[in-house]
Ligand binder design. Sequence first.
Ligand code: GDP
Ligand code: MN
Length: 392
Amino acid sequence: MNFHEYQAKELFASYGIPVHAGKVARTPDEAVVAAQSLGGKMWVVKAQVHAGGRGKAGGVKLVRTLDDVRAETERMLSMKISTYQTGGLALPVDSVLIAEATDIESELYLSALIDRVNRCVTFMGSAAGGVDIEQVAATEPEKIVTVKVDNTAGFQAYQARQMGFGMGLSAKHVRQLTGIMSALYRLFTDKDLSLVEVNPLIIDGKDNLIALDAKINMDDNALFRHHDMAAMRDEAQEDPTEAAASRHGLNYITLDGNIACMVNGAGLAMATMDVVKLNGGEPANFLDVGGGTNAERVKEAFKIILSGEHVEAILVNIFGGIVRCDLIAQGIIAAVEEVGVSVPVVVRLAGTLVDEGRKLLAESGLAIISAADLNDAAQKAVAAANNSEVAQ
Ligand code: GDP
Ligand code: MN
């Protein structure tokens, strides 16, 4: 799950990580009131969306008058922002952050993430902040300093010195960085985060380190034990299909191919996508309906995959280990009849009561293409998708 900058900054502040005073506003009036109560002579209006790269998309503006606070807020609230981080979605701007503007001496980069290769939390820092860090990593990797945190020992002050001096900071800034990194590490582990990114971490006009931007990502599987974090969810920023799927307990990710997959079990779903690709096809989604699925969830799953725009064939791959294939077949039939499926449906069933399941499908009178095994199913789905492309 992703969070807004203003939410991340509230968390930062509660952990003692320095941020500028700011207030979230949902209307131009609220924005003006926020700027007045913050005081000062210059403010920054920042569109709140679940993505970075807002600056270049017109979502971050410095203003010097209350009229401009109003005008910029009005403009941003009517925008939809799509950047290289929004994955093709255009995100609505439902709120803006009004913050004290600051002078910037330099922009640095600091992040912490789950490092799967080293099985720990790794910090990355660079003196080349403010810009796309992906670009720095690609062209000037020597400008990025990494520090791996031992899971048992936890974050140690010497690691902040390694990072800070590696980034070329002065002793004063390294001391400040030590406080920031140890607080970030506490936040990271307390809240089961998978990423925290401060880009830029700045040296401000008063020569202090401050988090000017804040982005955090949390592991969805830990939401059950962080009700405070779950309450910050903003579904308007999410892919609508993925949000609908999560309401039904389905693990669904939109992809850009044309073969929709409905599979029980995450491992089998990954294998199915691999076999589709091996046969020259492109999956339209990842969907795991769960090991112990039932007819009702199969129906919901059909509705969800059919809402994808590019779906030209559906591949159902169910292994009846916990579930019975006859019940799944009934679910498929009910779903195809009720939802009005207009694209070819290829079904591969295996496992408990598979013969009964296949019989039900064969006798249903629906145009369901039965497959003998996974490879056969993938071939038939790829062929069906290609045919429907030709037919259009
Ligand atoms: P992003 O583009 O979505 O990553 O948004 P950021 O919060 O990182 O802001 C983008 C850029 O706007 C920063 O890198 C700064 O250069 C600039 N910026 C943001 N806030 C301020 C501010 O208070 N003062 C000044 N001078 N520049 C700012
Ligand atoms: Mn940024």
